[in-house]
Design a binder for this molecule. Structure first.
Ligand code: FMN
Length: 229
């Protein structure tokens, strides 16, 4: 195993994410960076529908990780109980309980997986609402990797995906570029059963490749020395 240079700088997690560099020698009582057993992926579905194909993609991703991707753990975070964003609901930097709980889960994530339908050429209202609540000071999304999936109508959700990427610029989310997974959910042959469970083996493989890419990018982002060329 490689030994670590003693002067190397690593990113350490503070309240608003992996956003501060620290010299290892400055870290009290610490001589090496902590390597967590598994990366936690906070996975969010942009559809609140019971039989949602996008929520089905998250269930499939969880199964794939449990079966064949050691080191990656999916935490499906339900956004259905978030109130509509209204800054009048904030007081002294505090948020309604459901928002506080959501923000804590986002902050604790190592990376993100968004699975969302396209609604009228853009991000679904519920997902945009969740992104906005997480963005209120201090931003909970910052400096983590993310991947996007979409099961949608005729577009496959491409316009929605590029809109999330645009929002992610301001939220400081780093998206993997490949693979891109755009699923035309309603075109035959059926890709989901009536409960939204993914039944298409080719899409399962694309999902697996997406998760592996997210894992690799997330690890690179967490451990890259800040002063490397
Ligand atoms: C309000 C609304 C707007 C939609 N707009 C689009 C759209 O712009 N492009 C598209 O491909 N599909 C569109 N659809 C279809 C959904 O993306 C599609 O039914 C998707 O499978 C729903 O995801 P779910 O199964 O996870 O609920 C729209 C659906 C709704 C309800």
């Amino acid at each position: 195993m490689d030994t670590l240079p003693t002067q190397i700088t690593f990113k350490v997690r503070i309240n608003d994410g992996w956003n501060r560099d620290s010299n290892l020698q400055d870290m009290e009582g610490s001589t090496a960076p902590e390597r967590k057993a598994a990366l936690t992926v906070v996975a969010i579905s942009g559809s609140l529908r019971r039989g949602s194909a996008n929520t089905g993609l998250i269930r499939a991703a969880k199964e794939i990780c449990e079966e064949s991707i050691p080191g990656l753990h999916i935490n499906h975070v339900d956004i259905s109980d978030l109130p509509l964003l209204n800054t009048d609901l904030e007081s002294d930097g505090g948020f309604p309980p459901a928002v506080e709980a959501f923000r804590a889960k986002v902050r604790a994530a190592d990376c993100f997986l968004f699975a969302s339908p396209e609604y009228n050429y853009s991000i679904s209202g519920p997902l945009k609402n969740a992104l906005d609540w997480g963005s209120r000071p201090s931003n909970c999304w910052g400096d983590r990797a993310a991947a996007i999936l979409s099961a949608s109508g005729g577009s496959g959700g491409s316009r929605m995906q590029y809109h999330i990427r645009q929002v992610g610029v301001f939220l400081d989310i780093h998206f993997i570029n490949k693979p891109e997974v755009f699923i035309k959910a309603h075109q035959p042959p059926s890709k989901f059963d009536s409960n939204g469970n993914l039944i298409d083996p080719e899409i399962k493989e694309q999902l697996r490749e997406t998760l592996l890419s997210l894992q690799a990018f997330s690890l690179r982002l967490e451990s890259k020395p800040a002063n490397s060329e």
